[in-house]
Design a protein around this ligand. Structure first.
Ligand code: C2O
Ligand code: CU
Ligand code: CU
Length: 460
């Protein structure tokens, strides 16, 4: 699996230099990609009455597009780096080839300014996913580089509308301009919260949706820090999938706990009359804060949630627990390692956190040794122990795992790629190591990730 830095650099030099947004490739005789994503700087209004300067997007003129692909079909994306700094794109939750996973040095060379990289994504699972950079991650995500990715089911479940909701904060001052992306004091604790809550880059957007119609709300928390409780009030609604995996039984959309990286699919039956507004709110200590509204439009379609076809489970292998080897991971403070050295994918300059007492910020040219080596095809239980008083949404690339048990609370046996470990909690999760490669394993509170709470698992 080990690719030397030299090989990676050569690989990138052999890539194609391009002008913004053009399809260079045809000149080289290669087929055009299904999609070109220009990673670009832009100014854009977020807070009404202001224009935020120096945002970043996967588009030249607005928020990141929603990517849509089909299960099992190869989809090619040319990521074109128009930024003045290196970047790389990771497809969160997709169980794809390791070489397409978008982690600098571990799976590919970072994409230099003016360069492009072609990703071929063949998603085995349907559901709601997202994409984001894995280089200078706190700042690039902070400036806007988080987008949604939808993998369609083989069979249409029967919604009238599909509405992806990219939920995140921005850290902006009164004047609508970026303020510092983190504070060290907070990074050593729960993380630095944003100041402006948005959905699809808008403050409290209102969507007109067919009255009496069936809507699929795809919530994705792409924020760098915020762990929150979400609720939908009005209409008739049920949570039908979490982290892109269908639920055996739907859940009420009240107090849906979502950490950075996590998603929830909600089936909403819109009210019949225009004066019954549906609200999506974030539950804060001072009460629910609406973040988006849905307004019934037109004559009622009079549909019923019963008409929806249940979502089909994704083809995730079920681990044989009797044979599973237990691997232990401890997430905690840093043992007082030396401050990280500058690297091309950036550093926050601090070491606060660790996995198994090893602090690594990730995305550096000389990856540390894997935290564990798993044998391909074998079942494992990962025992995840959080010895800190803070929340850590622990994310594993390239593999889906099942939640088994927590020593602190009742949990559902969900399939996921991101498990929220709460204060002092130990959770067992299980998987079959069926996707070979080096898979990043880190906290999705990006300040934690980038101050030590990163590692990777090797499947060979
Ligand atoms: Cu969305 Cu390495 O993560
Ligand atoms: Cu990921
Ligand atoms: Cu964390």
């Amino acid at each position: 699996m080990a690719v030397t830095r030299r090989e990676l650099l050569l690989g990138s030099a052999a890539g194609l230099a391009i002008a913004a947004g053009t399809s260079l490739i045809t000149r080289r005789g290669m087929a055009a990609a299904d999609l070109t994503l220009p990673v670009s700087g832009l100014d854009h209004p977020i807070v009404p009455g202001t224009v935020t300067r120096d945002m970043m997007s996967f588009a030249t003129d607005g928020p990141p597009p929603v990517l849509r692909m089909r299960r099992g079909r190869p989809f090619t994306v040319d990521v074109v780096n128009n930024l003045a700094e290196t970047t790389v794109v990771h497809w969160h939750g997709l169980r794809i080839d390791n070489a397409m996973d978008g982690v600098p040095y571990l799976t590919q060379a970072p994409i230099d300014p003016g360069q492009s990289f072609r990703y071929t994504l063949t998603p085995p699972d349907a559901g709601t996913f997202w994409y984001h950079p894995h280089c200078n991650t706190l700042e690039q995500m902070g400036r806007g580089l988080t987008g949604l990715l939808v993998v369609e089911e083989d069979e249409d479940p029967g919604f009238d509308r599909d509405l992806p909701l990219n939920i995140r904060d921005f850290r902006l001052g009164q004047d609508g301009q970026f303020i510092e992306f983190f504070r060290a004091r907070a990074a050593a604790r729960g993380g630095t919260l944003g100041t402006v809550s948005t959905v699809n880059w808008q403050v409290e957007p209102v969507y007109d949706l067919p009255a009496g119609g069936l809507i699929r709300l795809r919530l994705a928390v792409t924020d760098v820090t915020r762990v929150g409780l979400y609720e939908v009030t009005g209409g008739e609604a049920q949570v039908i999938a979490l982290d892109s995996n269908p639920l055996a039984r739907p859940l009420p959309p009240r107090g849906v706990l979502l950490a950075p990286g996590q998603r929830a699919d909600i089936a909403l039956r819109m009210p019949d009359s225009a004066d019954e507004i549906v609200t999506l709110a974030l539950r804060l200590p001072q009460g629910p804060q609406p973040i988006a509204r849905f307004r019934p439009a037109g004559k009622s379609a009079r549909r019923s949630l019963m008409e929806l076809k249940p979502l089909v489970a994704n083809p995730v292998a079920e681990p044989d627990l009797a044979r599973a080897e237990i691997l232990e991971f401890v997430f905690g403070w840093s043992p007082g390692g030396k401050p990280p050295v500058a690297s091309i994918c950036g550093t926050l300059g601090y070491t606060f956190w660790s996995i198994n007492r090893i602090a690594w910020e990730g995305d550096t040219p000389d990856p540390m040794a894997p935290l564990a080596v798993l044998k391909q095809g074998k079942p494992y239980v990962l025992r995840l122990r959080n010895e800190s008083p803070n929340d850590h949404p622990i994310h594993l690339h390239g593999l889906t795992f099942r939640l088994l048990r927590s020593d602190k609370r009742e949990i559902l046996p969900l399939l996921t790629d991101t498990a929220l470990l709460q204060s002092g909690e130990t959770m067992d999760v299980a998987l079959v190591a069926d996707n070979p490669g080096d898979w990043a394993f880190h906290c999705h509170v990006i300040e934690h990730q980038k101050t030590g709470l990163t590692g990777y698992l090797r499947v060979e």
